[in-house]
Design a binder for this molecule. Structure first.
Ligand code: AKB
Length: 313
């Protein structure tokens, strides 16, 4: 049985990843860590950890007997544009520390990259797995450097590094903070609370998205995949759907006919979105480890509205 340590465990992905891993591998085999313990803190092993503190990270991993590291702590794209130096220190420092601790303790390693690792010169439609990557955001610079670092640790030290490029992730459990794709989560809350939503992303701006249950399954499937089948190790393109704001609004309208969308575009987040692909090609992930999804836009909308309604009532 795996013994897994997760950083950023109270973040958007981490909150649900912990529950998923504990249901697969047992509560006591998953150590959740985050920089602070909030009210939403989950039951089971939990430790406070600032990922820039490499000594504490090493001690926690060693004492827990972890054989797997899932490094999720990161600053997202819009926030990273506000504080680029802090983003560099947190995103790169945290990644470097978690790779080093994993090397020292010989752990399997996962960290997510993002569609943010692509830039304006990347092919925009059906973006291939291996392609031009010249991102124009600090987050993107961090993600490309991170992809290369993970490959480096595999080739140089034989560390079992694995990772995916996540699109925007949508979930009803924890809200994202500081991302460019966050509108696609906010819109469901506002649809239920106010029957209207003002989008900071312009109509016609396509981005890849995925529902959280598919994202969590992808992490588990990749970590369990036969290593001899992996030509790539890190930064697999994964996606479930590509849509623009009026399409998610139309999907919501099928359940809430009075719902209306309006636009008040935020130039910073719009520029980030414009620099990212419209749709990425996940065929390499499908071929190498059987990546699959269960949710398209309408199925996700039905589930989101149902679960959020219960949560907000
Ligand atoms: C963001 O918008 O920054 C993230 C991402 C796509 O990596 N959701």
């Amino acid at each position: 049985m795996k013994k897994i340590m997760v950083t950023g465990a109270l973040g958007q992905i981490g909150s649900e990843l912990i529950a998923k891993l504990r249901s697969e591998y047992g509560t006591d085999n998953v150590l959740a860590t985050d920089i602070r313990r909030t009210n939403s803190a989950i039951e089971g092993p939990f430790e406070i950890l600032d990922v820039t503190d490499t000594n504490k990270m090493h001690t926690l991993a060693k004492d827990f007997g972890a054989d797997t590291m899932m490094h999720m702590a990161a600053l997202l794209s819009a926030k990273a544009e506000e504080e680029p130096l802090f983003a560099w220190n947190l995103n790169m420092g945290g990644l470097m520390n978690s790779l080093e601790v994993s090397r020292e303790l010989n752990m399997q390693f996962f960290t997510p990259s993002s569609i943010g690792a692509f830039g304006p010169s990347t092919p925009k439609k059906d973006t291939p797995q291996d392609t031009l990557q010249r991102p124009t955001t600090m987050y993107g610079v961090n993600k490309v450097a991170g992809e290369l670092l993970c490959d480096y640790y595999f080739h140089k030290f034989g560390l079992d590094t694995r990772g995916v490029r996540f699109p925007g992730l949508i979930s009803y459990v924890a809200q994202p903070g500081g991302g460019t794709t966050d509108y696609a989560v906010d819109i469901y809350y506002k649809a239920l609370e106010e029957r209207k939503y003002t989008s900071y992303i312009a109509e016609g701006t396509y981005m890849d998205m995925m529902y959280m249950p598919d994202a969590l399954q992808a992490i588990v499937d990749l970590m369990e995949a036969d290593p001899t089948k992996l030509d790539h190790r890190n930064a697999f393109n994964v996606t479930a759907m590509s849509f623009e704001p009026s399409q998610i609004a139309a999907s919501i309208k099928k359940h809430i006919p009075s719902f209306e969308i309006a636009y008040d575009v935020d130039p910073v987040r719009q520029a980030i979105a414009d620099s990212w692909p419209d749709s990425i090609d996940p065929s390499v992930a499908i071929a190498e480890w059987g990546f699959k999804t269960n949710y398209n836009l309408d199925k996700m909308t039905a589930d989101m509205l149902l679960k959020l309604k219960l949560k907000l009532s």
